[in-house]
Design a protein around this ligand. Sequence first.
Ligand SMILES: Nc1nc2c(ncn2[C@@H]2O[C@H](COP(=O)(O)OP(=O)(O)OP(=O)(O)O)[C@@H](O)[C@H]2O)c(=O)[nH]1
Ligand SMILES: [Mg+2]
Length: 460
Amino acid sequence: MYYCGDEETIAALATGKGKAALAVIRISGKEAIEKIKECLLPEGKFQKVLPNRINRYNFIDNETKKIIDEITAIKFVFPESYTGENMVELVCHGSEIIIEDILSVLIRKGIRLAQKGEFTRRAYLNGKMDLMKAESIDQIIQSTNRIHHKCALEMYTGNSKKTLIEWKNQIIAILSDLEARIEFPEEDDILGKKIEYKKNIAGFVEKIEKEIKKREKIKLLDFGFNVPIAGIANAGKSSLFNLIVGFNRTIVHHEEGTTRDAVSEEAEIKGRRIKIIDTAGLNETDNTIEKIGIKKAWEYIENGNMIILVSPANQELKEDEKTILKKAGKEKTIVIISKNDLKKTENKNEYFKNENIPFMETCLLNDQNREKVLDFIGKHMETFLNFDDENGIICNKRQEEIFFKIRQKGKKTLEIMDNSYEDMISYELKGILNDFEEFFGEIRDDEILDAIFSEFCVGK
Ligand SMILES: Nc1nc2c(ncn2[C@@H]2O[C@H](COP(=O)(O)OP(=O)(O)OP(=O)(O)O)[C@@H](O)[C@H]2O)c(=O)[nH]1
Ligand SMILES: [Mg+2]
């Protein structure tokens, strides 16, 4: 570990912006403790107190001597701190004015505002954590769904690294066997060996592929899993939308064509964050605005990640509803048969059962059905996302790109195995090992580090 003696002292708000009961300001660098002590009253107390203990002070503007806020502060003496440098954490009241005034005093004292991820970058450079751990901390903060969060935690605890080391060792085993064969070519039958290598590498590529697929699904959840509610006019789409979001977000009315524009809200169903979209009812109309709404509805149906078709029990199944199933794709659609409290006109259940499309019947006017409806949607989202075990390895874009490279080299190795010399195969396998090293991250290159840490939040 080295101590960044020349580094400037940096500060940042570590908590979110906006009004809050409390806010945390972090300061790190050689002079952190020295500089802060001049702003804290009673004089001399901050110097005397033990590190890692929280104490109460008045934070003053050291020029005007005016008290800015009553705060608590902790000092961490290097190397026993998050960054491995001297650090101070100030907990002040969460007022934007107080935060601004404290930061102004710090800047006047020669402390500069930290860049994104600069605290963690220093921690990494000071050997406090490896790159995977640094990235996982960022991902723990950034993750908006539980699967991504779990994935970040697995990386944080080192479990993912353990798995990756196992995989890497499998490649090392093949490589060393192969290298021995290059040294002693006449030993025994290479064809039989190649079959064995191929089997092992195919298994390896399959595992890499599986992780890439998991990542795709996590991204779907992260960047918006869109669930449009579609159906004919008056089916009960807006009633379902309101039931899901938990309040009267859109107008419900017995007139056809009530919803014209698409309306969306974020909702959490069974721990998954989704974007639910109420769309205009599909019906014949001469109204220009309604027509625009219907066109939009079709776009949502075609582009949704999962579509909920609301089909009323008291009406026959319409052509438009069959077209929804066709356009959205049966495998992406689930059906809620609404108005089951009214007289049924035909047995729609039979139709959906035959088509193998999941469905449930309900009355959307009754709030007590909310849980059942959410369970139904949540269950089918799970099947759709099909997370067999939730511990994904890939947490971010950098790691994803390395997995792409590994997959490509793995596939190439399989392709060339039968018709290539051992040294060409060995070349590809060595490439995979390098990719693993890159994943584990012994990186000192400033440009690469800039790219990695600039994705982090300020104050982290
Ligand atoms: N009896 C009964 N009425 C329902 C049910 N669901 C919705 N409704 C009624 O059906 C009418 C239409 O409901 P909406 O939710 O506005 O239907 P929509 O599909 O959004 O209609 P548009 O926006 O016009 O396409 C309203 O009067 C609702 O109260 C249900 O399960 N049972
Ligand atoms: Mg509506």
